[in-house]
Design a protein around this ligand. Structure first.
Ligand SMILES: Cc1cc2nc3c(=O)[nH]c(=O)nc-3n(C[C@H](O)[C@H](O)[C@H](O)COP(=O)(O)OP(=O)(O)OC[C@H]3O[C@@H](n4cnc5c(N)ncnc54)[C@H](O)[C@@H]3O)c2cc1C
Length: 306
């Protein structure tokens, strides 16, 4: 089921057609407050009152026209201004292929750098998502270049990738901001751990390494980008054993998933952010959310039928 859904996520024919179905638009509401950026900003204001920060992402990836990438960069610059003007504790999370990496890598880099600079005005980090394995090396290399010039840039690493241990070791000397996730794409066994247990074990090992750097006084920022609360609790206990407080790392979850846990962790004094997606290009992203949990397919079908 997971592999089928991930195949569907990458299928251009379906990508053209499914989003036009009104019932599919109804089903997506579980994972997005709305397609409009205003829906995301309003939701972030509500989260602010609950001491939950927000990460904004305008959905879209693998754009094929450079004008789309340019427009996305302009859109994000405007959004950063709105976040600052409205006093929202929020940061952006962007995909390099949304900013033109497939078409013109230099231009994509310039777009990211403008966003990093604008994010710095509001004191925030610009987070770079990690896409499929065809992009991993380019993303890590671009992050290295950016981090050499800016302190407020973060990268997502995927615990299912075998190479991530080496990437953590490679980036640690830069005092990086790292969001660690399990990984959402369909990767071959040569590149990725494929069982839930192996992925979680690697996730814990990588987090423990990053926590050790934090305990040693390094200005590393660690975002645990997972809804696996047992794993978060295990890592929180490890952080406590290292003498670290609740604020030493942060928890990042997606809008619509485990909100009660987000609220509980925030109330207990952990730093929590909710990643709020918006925009019309939600199809591949939504399919990855379905793939993460087969029960979501039944939920989506119920929405469609009902
Ligand atoms: C803030 C954030 C940013 C991310 N950025 C990236 C990225 O840049 N690149 C990338 O490859 N992946 C990214 N991901 C997705 C990530 O890789 C996983 O696919 C996703 O988080 C599901 O794995 P999990 O860690 O929550 O653990 P799992 O073991 O899959 O889930 C743990 C529990 O969380 C709940 N849960 C998890 N997913 C869902 C869901 N879709 N619907 C309902 N309940 C669910 C279930 O109760 C499940 O039992 C991101 C995730 C987060 C939270």
């Amino acid at each position: 089921m997971r592999r089928l859904l991930l195949w569907m996520a990458g299928n251009g024919w379906l990508r053209q057609r499914i989003p036009r179905l009104p019932m599919a638009r109804r089903a997506i509401r579980r994972f997005m407050p709305g397609e409009d950026p205003e829906a995301a900003l309003s939701q972030a204001e509500a989260f602010r009152d609950e001491h939950i920060g927000s990460l904004f992402t305008r959905l879209g990836e693998n754009v094929v026209r450079i004008e789309e990438a340019d427009a996305t960069a302009e859109h994000y610059l405007g959004l950063l201004d709105q976040i600052a003007a409205r006093g929202i504790p929020g940061e952006l999370s962007v995909k390099l292929t949304q900013l033109g990496l497939d078409i013109d890598a230099d231009r994509a880099m310039r777009h990211v750098e403008r966003l990093v600079e604008r994010a710095a005005d509001g004191g925030g980090v610009l987070w770079i998502d990690m896409e499929g394995s065809a992009y991993t090396e380019r993303t890590v290399a671009l992050y290295e270049q950016l981090r050499a010039r800016h302190t407020n840039v973060g990268i997502c690493l995927q615990a299912y990738l075998r190479r991530s241990a080496a990437d953590v070791a490679r980036l640690l000397p830069l005092d990086p901001a790292i969001r660690l996730v399990k990984g959402a794409y369909d990767e071959p066994v040569a590149l990725a751990y494929r069982t839930r247990g192996a992925v979680s074990t690697n996730y814990a090992a990588l987090s423990i390494e990053l926590l050790a750097a934090i305990a040693a006084g390094r200005p590393v920022r660690l975002g645990l980008g997972t809804h696996d609360v047992a794993l978060i609790e295990q890592l929180a206990a490890h952080a406590t054993a290292l003498g670290l407080g609740h604020q030493a790392f942060e928890v990042q979850m997606l809008y619509g998933i485990r909100l009660a846990e987000q609220r509980r962790l925030a109330a207990e004094g952990y730093r929590v952010s909710d990643l709020i997606a918006y925009g019309t290009a939600w199809y591949p992203w939504y399919m990855r959310r379905l793939a993460e949990r087969p029960a979501n397919v039944l939920f989506a079908l119920r929405q469609i039928v009902g």
